[in-house]
Design a binder for this molecule. Sequence first.
Ligand SMILES: *[C@@H]1O[C@H](CO)[C@@H](O)[C@H](O)[C@H]1NC(C)=O
Ligand SMILES: *[C@@H]1O[C@H](CO)[C@@H](O)[C@H](O)[C@H]1NC(C)=O
Length: 296
Amino acid sequence: MRAPPWPVTALLLALAARGAAASVPTYPWRDAETGEWLVCDQCPPGTFVQRPCGRDSPTTCGACPPRHYTQFWNYLERCRYCNVICGEREEEARPCGATHNRACRCRSGFFEHAGFCLEHASCPPGAGVAAPGTPSQNTQCQPCPPGTFSTSSSSSERCQPHRNCTALGLAVNVPGSPFHDALCTNCTSFQLGLLEPGARGTEECEHAVVDFVAFQDISLKRLQRLQQALVDPGTQRPPPPLREGRAALQRRLWQQLMELREARPGALGVRLLQALRAARLPGLERSIREHFLPAQ
Ligand SMILES: *[C@@H]1O[C@H](CO)[C@@H](O)[C@H](O)[C@H]1NC(C)=O
Ligand SMILES: *[C@@H]1O[C@H](CO)[C@@H](O)[C@H](O)[C@H]1NC(C)=O
């Protein structure tokens, strides 16, 4: 908007002084025919100046056509085009209207940061969502507090409380950790005989041993050694991914032990002891014996 020449400024000031009653804003306009400076009314939001005022006629305002808008009182010759286009990660927050441009916001699952829509982060296993992400804020994670766990990487799951084995009338086989639930069993008097050649335990007790071994709270390195020692030399398995997470490794180990149990009935105990020795894990072997030794 260029400043009008000084006589017009003077006129405008005079008019402003004369009546605050005139709440409609005005603008200076030079009549093309007479060359005379006039003071025309502006047009309200949603309209534009279709025809400026004349000596004896007021300003004619026209409604903005579709996909166009004016947000303020104006003396524009045409409405502005709604030029905001929502991006791939955005959705329309407010459609284009006669008085405003289109507005966009980040789609669900994304939040706005420095003008970009970024995906809400997932909380890794062992951590849960403390506050879900919003259109303006990323997901807030917290390490699972004692008594709770989260097994998955998720942007929505909170930490879940551990199963209460006692309340279920069962014994705790593996205490819960931030990464997995408590594992209960009703295997009470385990036959240590299972660890001798040819002996089979009950299904429940075999499951209990598998859970107990797979979810031991031992170092990742030891878990890997045990997992490798359990690979049947006769079978070709793909080598484990180099940087496999603990949770994934434990699931794989669990799977391996269950397969072993299915494939060769009665061989679980013996095979397990062999593997524990090959992996040089005497401590784990001892705790298995202690844990499952029937009360004398
Ligand atoms: C588990 O349940 C038992 C019996 O219902 C209760 O006494 C105990 O406090 C519970 N433990 C936890 C950790 O909630
Ligand atoms: C132990 O649980 C299994 C199922 O998980 C069930 O079939 C079995 O009867 C239970 N045994 C006892 C003694 O409760």
